[in-house]
Design a protein around this ligand. Sequence first.
Ligand code: ZN
Length: 394
Amino acid sequence: MGWLGLDDTDSLEQGCTTFTFHLLLAGLPDAVEVLSPKLVRLWPFAQQRTRGNAAVAVELKTEDEEQLLEYLETFWSQNIAPFAGRRSESHHDSRQQYPSDPGMVWFSSERPEEAFYTASVRHEVQLSDVPPATRSWGGQGRIGATAAVCWRERQPTWEAIVWRTLERHGQNERFVCEATLHRIDHLPSTFLSRDPRKGTSFVAPRGPCPVLFGIRARDADTAQRAGTELRNAEQTEDSIGMRVFVTNQATDDHLSEPVQSTVLSTEVLNRGSTCIVTENGQWMAFEESGPIKLLAQWLRPGDVIEGNGLSPEAGVMHLEKLRLISSVPSRERPKCDKCKVRMKSMGSGQGCRCPKCKVRTNDVWNEVPRVPPYPSWVQPPHGSRRHLAKPLEW
Ligand SMILES: [Zn+2]
């Protein structure tokens, strides 16, 4: 037995790591037993990231490792190596695309500790950090491939992925039965199948990718049943295969413990994105982060907050979770006892005066507790969350 990992084949002819993996598994020698495949999302800011920054791995059992290695060697040289170096044609990601540099690793009998996975999901790692495999192929992709092998699933989720027939690869539009999708989406165990606010499908990727759809669920059985149902629905286009992957999606594996800090100042930037300057560096609440952005804009110096997110550079955190711990009160002038209108300041040290009856008081303030827009943790709306982000309600 051993562990196989694969990554960064997104730019290959068939254009998707999961599909290349599906073909690889489908062609394995009969004697090889395939355990459940894994789909692992990694550090989203990786410099040479592929589109979804996902890598795949699987545990394989065989009595004949030589035969297996021979097969892997042939598969690599025929289906992966010739296409390395191509750039993917992505229509929905304007970031710089690196030419693909796929990698494949085989760990015979033992796999490395989970530490390499944790590092690969929480920050940038280098090729030189990769624990040596029994056999490995390719380049940069060995990072993700090894990280996927090292992942120990604790509270994983599952995703049933269905691939389109070959003649449909490269076509942008997809046909997935809406009525079935709607029903599946309301099963208690499925999640993120669609963006509930926009009513748009979240399961089917855009663009020419070979994936027809993916159904995410909190248990393997639901992923299997729901994926099969949607695949077989009359109005769903033909497909050539389905596999249920165990995944680190929605696990929060990318996050460390939250940080508590005091607000020093806030600055609203372009389109409402807000920078919170705290005693622990700058915390960024981006435009698309919804409630996080609104809470960030509400903050005042002295408020104490707790946040969590990733730091693509030292001293900057991109908020994925935020909550208020305590807020400084706001101050307002008292109301006139008689007229019930707000007193006005007469100028510095001059006291206050009722604008109606002109009665005067000392220079007094009332402290009023501020009411935050959200009483507890907030996170971005479904459509703006990372694949790795765990919903708060879990
Ligand atoms: Zn008055």
